[in-house]
Design a binder for this molecule. Structure first.
Ligand code: ZN
Length: 426
């Protein structure tokens, strides 16, 4: 099967999501008057109707696990004053929030695994209705992995003049220094997926060091990041940028800040671990979690996060005025994608790169904390281990890692696009 690489509107959507996080508290209040305010959410048995006091443009839905929820993003809608509260037997509760000036989100807390049946927007654009279909746990998890399903307003609504796309400056968490955005290389088509590769450490922060041969993590990570970049550029299918292309220091916030500013679809931070035990070897993929999956993951997070503490950077200035519900929801969607990519990375790279038996771990890693960018931290191996150190430092080893990462990226975006295609067909 052959996939194109230009998905509909994905860049735009991504940016909207991002605006929402930064501006939810301000833009929502000065929304365009033509939008449809949510006037009610009716749950009767397994039937759900979301009513608006004006016509909306379209909507999309996705499922979230632990706890199970259905999120509806309604374009051209505003959060209304209508009371939305406890629902029926399948719906334990209903919440709403403004994602950006143009998009309202309604969240249904589910009391059991269920999915949407026959979602449709009425011909006058003033209501969205669907049924709740109970499904098995396994299928629910499968649906969560599929991501977003879009459904448009009926054709006669689409003929209406499009609302203007807001052009606004995006405030992102302030960075300690003015960091210039790196060049974006690869495909010239701006709709192609953008991958930001982050070479860990750099400048006065060498990262881990092999005491025998003096190899430094910062050099290995840069060489590997560059090899991945070159490989991806060669495919011509994606766009790629490096957070650093030379031996310089960046604080962790600047690293994911670059990915956010560029609107990256995927962020991969490259590292090479060290352990007291010189026998420890193999690669591990980390994704974000508030609690570490094990002692080793906690230890790693403590060490990697120290890069900033050493430099006395204040990290307590995250956008605190933004609703924590919205951050939670967006981050959870990103976390699902990140975890899927972590598994894929191991599957695709294992023929080239030795992995540890527990190859996917979770930790509270600062560099993975962009709430809206799927992110993984790839510990490519142990620089403290003789064989790993030689592999990671060699051109051949770096090429092998690049091959594995490029294959995983290819499958990841082909899969994502196939799902979007299926979803918009129904
Ligand atoms: Zn590191």
């Amino acid at each position: 099967m052959k996939f194109g690489w230009t998905a509909d509107n994905r860049g735009l959507h991504k940016r909207r999501m991002f605006f929402g996080l930064a501006l939810a508290s301000t833009v929502a209040l000065s929304a365009p008057g033509s939008a449809g305010g949510i006037s009610g959410v009716d749950v009767t048995g397994n039937r759900v109707v979301v009513r608006f006091d004006g016509a909306v443009d379209g909507a999309s839905a996705f499922l979230l696990d632990a706890p199970r929820r259905i999120a509806l993003d309604i374009h051209g809608a505003q959060v209304g004053r209508a009371y939305v509260g406890p629902g029926g037997s399948t719906v334990a509760g209903v919440r709403q929030g403004q994602i950006d000036g143009d998009t309202a989100r309604v969240v249904l807390d589910l009391s059991g695994p269920a999915t949407l049946g026959e979602p449709r927007i009425a011909s006058d654009g003033k209501s969205l209705s669907f049924s709740l279909q109970s499904i098995s746990d396994t299928r629910f998890r499968g649906e969560v992995g599929k991501g977003r399903t879009r459904f448009d307003a009926p054709a006669d609504m689409a003929a209406r003049p499009q609302k203007r796309i807001h052009s606004i400056t995006v405030p992102i968490p302030p960075v300690a220094r003015g960091v210039a955005l790196p060049p974006v290389e690869g495909a010239h088509d701006g709709a192609r997926p953008l991958i930001v590769i982050d070479a860990g450490h750099g400048g006065h922060d060498p990262g881990a060091i092999n005491k025998e041969n003096g190899k430094q993590e910062k050099d290995v990570t840069l060489a590997i990041a560059q090899a991945i970049r070159d490989r991806l550029v060669k495919t011509g299918r994606v766009r790629v940028a490096l957070t650093r292309d030379d031996d310089r220091f960046l604080v962790l916030q600047e690293r994911y800040g670059i990915a956010r500013k560029l609107g990256a679809d995927l962020f991969i931070s490259i590292h090479a671990d060290a352990a007291e035990n010189a026998d420890a070897h193999g690669a591990t993929v980390y994704t974000l979690s508030e609690t570490a999956s094990d002692r080793e993951a906690a230890r790693l997070a403590a060490r990697e996060n120290k890069a900033d503490i050493i430099n006395g950077v204040n990290l307590g200035n995250q956008s605190g005025d933004v609703s924590s519900i919205l951050i939670d929801l967006t981050q959870r969607e990103s976390l699902n994608i990140s975890a899927n990519f972590a598994r894929l990375l191991q599957r695709e790279a294992a023929p080239f790169v030795p992995f540890r038996s527990t190859y996917h771990r979770f930790a509270s890693l600062m560099v993975l904390k962009a709430p809206d960018t799927p992110s993984v931290l790839f510990e490519t191996g142990y620089i403290s281990n003789a064989a790993d150190s030689a592999f990671l430092s060699s051109r051949e080893g770096q090429q092998k890692i690049a091959s594995g990462v490029a294959r995983a990226i290819e499958v990841h975006f082909a899969r994502k696009l196939a799902m979007t295609g299926n979803a918009s067909g129904g």
